[in-house]
Write a protein that binds this ligand. Sequence first.
Ligand code: SAH
Ligand code: MG
Length: 214
Amino acid sequence: MLPIANNSLSSMTLPIDINGVKGFLDEQEGAALYHHAVAAAKMGPILEVGSYCGKSSVYLGTACKLQQNILFAVDHHRGSEEHQVGEEYHDPDLFDARFSKMDSFPQFRETLARANLEDVVVPIVASSALAARHWSTPLALVFIDGGHSMEAALTDYRSWAGHVMRGGLLVIHDVFPNPADGGRPPHEIWKLAQQSGLFEALPLVKSLGILRRL
Ligand code: SAH
Ligand code: MG
């Protein structure tokens, strides 16, 4: 895999101002995700776990659109542990008082509509495990950015890694080799993927772990 040239990085054009979308993806990580997705979407569809308000979906969906492919966007939209009331990343704008639950789906839909990606992205409003239960479509790129508990991360890895086609990519967000920088589960599944012998790791882009299926 050749390193991404600077000129190809600057060639990314997103349909909306990405800073106006709530979310947790750094711009450099987003650009790397986009460029890998452009290459991957030539081979097959892409799936993400953890869409939230659609920031990563705009990067991935725009790449899919370029290749006339599609993005499956899996999220129950009820938030991870850290998004719940009283937790560090709770956002009251995303709280549905009728059900006393988090709901990022309205914002996600709005992002898709604004970005003109409704014909590209297939929202799957379900837990990762439920969405995976009858899954059999080979995927060219799987992006894991869901729950950060060990159980959630392991479920995501076990549910989706096996669907990445040969030559495809498994991309994991929030991989922190230094424990001082963040929680362990995404790093643990990044290690597991390498230990499986099925994936080789490319260099990290900030906290983005990129693994190629052998
Ligand atoms: N990719 C987003 C950030 C995702 S935040 C961005 O670019 O901004 C994590 C998301 O994962 C939350 O929206 C949460 O609802 C979702 N999530 C957490 N655990 C999940 C699970 N088990 N199944 C499906 N979605 C889950
Ligand atoms: Mg993340």
